[in-house]
Design a protein around this ligand. Sequence first.
Ligand code: PHE
Length: 347
Amino acid sequence: MEKEIERIKNRFYRDCADIKDISGAEEIRIRYLGRKTELNTLFSKIPTLPASQRGSWGRRLNVLKEEIARRLEEKINAISDKESKIDLTFPARRPPKGSIHVLSSVNRKICEIFKNLGFSVVEGDEIADEWHNFESLNIPAEHPSRDVFDTFYLDIPAGSGGKYLLRSHTSTVQGWVMKNVKPPFAVISPGRVYRPDEVDATHSFMFNQIEGFVVDKEINFSHLKGVLLEFAREFYSPDIELRFRPHFFPFTEPSAEVDISCMMCKDKETQAGGKTCSVCKGKGWIEVLGCGMIHPHVFNACGIDPSRYRGFAFGMGIDRIAMLKYSINDIRFFYSNDIRFLNQFPV
Ligand code: PHE
C-alpha cells in the first residue's frame, strides 16, 4: 500500500509538470481524480485490510487525493492567469494597407507633367462607335489600317455613328473634343483600350494609353517636339534624348514614331560586360509613342477649318512606359492582382 501511494504521487507530480494548457490539466484531473483511477482501486481495497489498519490507510489516501486536487487547482489558476494576461507593450499587428496601383501612379505622374504644360485632362468613354474610333480619324471602312486596330465589336444595335465597340485606341477622344470644344485647346486623355490580341508577356487584350493633342492657329511640328522632349526629360531624366522616325498613321500627316535614348545602358554599364542591354536590345533607343500633325481630313470630319487651324497629336502606351520605368518584364503582372507584385510600388 505504502509503495503504491508513493508511486501514484510521484507519477502525478511528473505529469503535472508537463501540463501546458487548460485542456492538458483536465486530462490529468480525469486520470487522477476520475472514477476509474488507481487511487480509487486503492480505496476499494480498504475493506479487505485488517480492521485496525483501515482508518489510517483511508486517511492517507484522502490526504493524497486532496493534495492532488489542490496542486491541480494551483496549476490551472497559473495557466489561466498567463493566458488572459494582455501585454500592452506588445507591438500591434499592422493592418494590411492598400496602395496605389503602379499603373495609376505612372498615369498620375504623366498627367501631372502635361497639366503643368497647360494641358487639360479629359476622360473619354471606353465604349465608342465606328465614327469616333475610325471614320473621324480618316480610317474609313475597308481601309487596310482598320485591321491594325483590331477591334471588339459590341453585340448591340448600331447608332448614328455606326457599330458600337470597345475603343481600340484613345484617339477616339480627338473626335469627342474637336466636335464639342472650340479651339484652341490642349488635351491629355488617359484610359483603357481593347484589342483582341493573344495575351503574352508584352500583349494584353486590354491595356492603357494616353492621348494628347493640341489645336490652335499657329501650331507646328516643333511644338510637338518641344512638348514631348519636355515630357520625356521630366518623366525619365533630364539627359534623355528623343529620336523621331517617319511613320504612317491615317490621322496624322506627317507622322512619326518616337524613340527615347535607352536609360538602362546610356552609361554603357550593361555593355561593358559584353552583354547586350535587355531593354533596348543593344540598339540604344526604345520606341515609346506615335505622333504627328493632325490630318486635315480629321479637322474636316470634326467641323474645324483646316485652313485656319493646325494641331498635333500623340499617343503612348502607359503599360509599356511603366514596364520600361520599373524594368517589369511581363504585362500580366499589372492585371493579376498578386499582392507580392503590387506591394513593390508603395506610394
Ligand atoms: N492611336 C495610335 C495608336 O494606338 C497612336 C497615335 C495617337 C499616333 C495620336 C499618332 C497620333 O497606335
